[in-house]
Write a protein that binds this ligand. Structure first.
Ligand SMILES: NC(=O)c1ccc[n+]([C@@H]2O[C@H](COP(=O)([O-])OP(=O)(O)OC[C@H]3O[C@@H](n4cnc5c(N)ncnc54)[C@H](O)[C@@H]3O)[C@@H](O)[C@H]2O)c1
Ligand SMILES: [Zn+2]
Length: 354
């Protein structure tokens, strides 16, 4: 079991990675106290019996699976369940699932009695490399992603790679979407993937990648917990990715891959991103998109879809659309343009691939 600390002004979280993490940490954190488990239907169908044995005499909340349930009404139901269970301030919440469960479970923990302790147990690749680390919690509201939320750090994150064995190929691809984002920013991760492309779905290799990505994210969160500077770098591909996610029905990870593809092409064309670096990133994105082929979304109306980028307030400044761009290895910048220019640059970026 490996250990990575994330020290922020609000608290120190410890991330544990390894197949033995649950066996080792559960007796320390869960025994002899009141716990509450939040999970989703798919995870419960696969691991429910095992979880019930690990968390005896514990109230479970099982969320229907899918992003559409990461909303206010589910949050309210979770909080009602916690109240009905009579949880006190000393209780601990365990969020066992993908990014949806982690985001909503973390937010519920932050709100219940003004904040109780919680543990993230990420079960998707995306949640293991990204969403379980760093304390961003949220729900979507009226079609705006993550608009209601809090920065609230988990006390611990338990990353057990064996959960990935039951993950469908398409979900692996979603996680690879976030991994490619790290690769665009981190020379070591880029080298690792480029040298092992054929092993990208291999559990042992994924475990190495998860650890490298978590180390990268932990460093960034330590520097800038509340995303006022350095943490914005982790939004590479996300301005356009979120707009695509809202309009195409694709998952978060797939949308981020398309977001990175189009934003990198835009940045290269504008001379903001080094051409050779941009090409390396684009090649990785294309390989990742081919991992679990799905029908290519219709980007013919991308100019209208682009309006959605405006709904993401953290990606707009002075009315301009702002993107985080990996310029070269170890160098990133914020790149912004007025909405109308963004729309045409995006339409051009879609055409550039034909
Ligand atoms: N908080 C953050 O910093 C952050 C960062 C990135 C993404 N996110 C959020 O994360 C969410 C996406 O996360 P996700 O891709 O994990 O989606 P998800 O939670 O919807 O999980 C994807 C699917 O995999 C299933 N699943 C989970 N674990 C499984 C397992 N071990 N075996 C088989 N199936 C399993 C789920 O039931 C679901 O159907 C989005 O809401 C996004 O906004 C948050
Ligand atoms: Zn993301």
């Amino acid at each position: 079991m490996r250990e990575i600390m994330v020290k922020t002004p609000s608290m120190t979280s410890t991330i544990y990675i390894g197949e033995d993490v649950i066996a080792k940490r559960l007796p320390v954190l869960a025994s002899g106290q009141t716990n509450f488990v939040v999970t989703d239907e798919n995870v419960y169908a696969l691991y429910g019996e095992w979880l019930r044995a690990k968390f005896p005499k514990t109230e479970f909340f099982i969320l229907p699976s899918g992003e559409e349930h990461k909303n206010f009404s589910s949050l309210q139901t979770i909080l009602e369940k916690m109240t009905q269970a009579g949880l006190r301030r000393t209780a601990r919440l365990f969020a066992v699932g993908g990014g949806v469960v982690g985001d909503i479970g973390g937010l519920a923990a932050s709100l219940y009695m003004r904040g109780i302790s919680y543990v993230q147990i990420p079960t998707t690749l995306l949640a293991q490399v990204d969403s379980s680390v760093g304390g961003k919690t949220a729900v979507d509201l009226n079609g705006v992603k993550n608009v209601v939320g809090a920065f609230y750090q988990p006390c611990e994150v338990w990353i057990d790679p064996t959960f990935l064995k039951t993950l469908p190929e398409r979900e692996i691809k979603c996680g690879v979407g976030e991994i490619v984002k790290y690769a665009a920013l981190n020379a070591e991760i880029l080298r690792l993937i480029e040298e092992n492309t054929e092993r990208i779905c291999d559990l042992g290799f994924l475990t190495t990648l998860v650890e490298e990505c978590v180390r990268h994210k932990a460093k960034v969160v330590e520097i800038d917990e509340k995303e006022t500077g350095e943490r914005k770098s982790l939004n590479v591909g996300h301005t356009t990715g979120h707009a695509i996610e809202l309009t195409s029905g694709l998952s978060h990870g797939e949308s981020v891959l398309y977001g990175m593809l189009f934003e990198t092409r835009m940045a290269v064309r504008a001379g903001v991103c080094d051409r050779a670096h941009g090409e390396r990133v684009i090649q990785l994105v294309e390989k990742a998109l081919a991992l679990a082929p799905c029908s290519k979304p219709d980007f013919s109306k991308i100019e209208t879809d682009a309006e959605k980028a405006r709904s993401d307030k953290k990606n707009t400044e002075n009315g301009e659309i702002m993107m985080a761009v990996a310029q070269d290895l170890g160098a990133w910048t914020l790149f912004s343009m007025p909405l109308e220019s963004y729309k045409s640059a995006l339409a051009q970026a879609v055409k550039d691939g034909r």
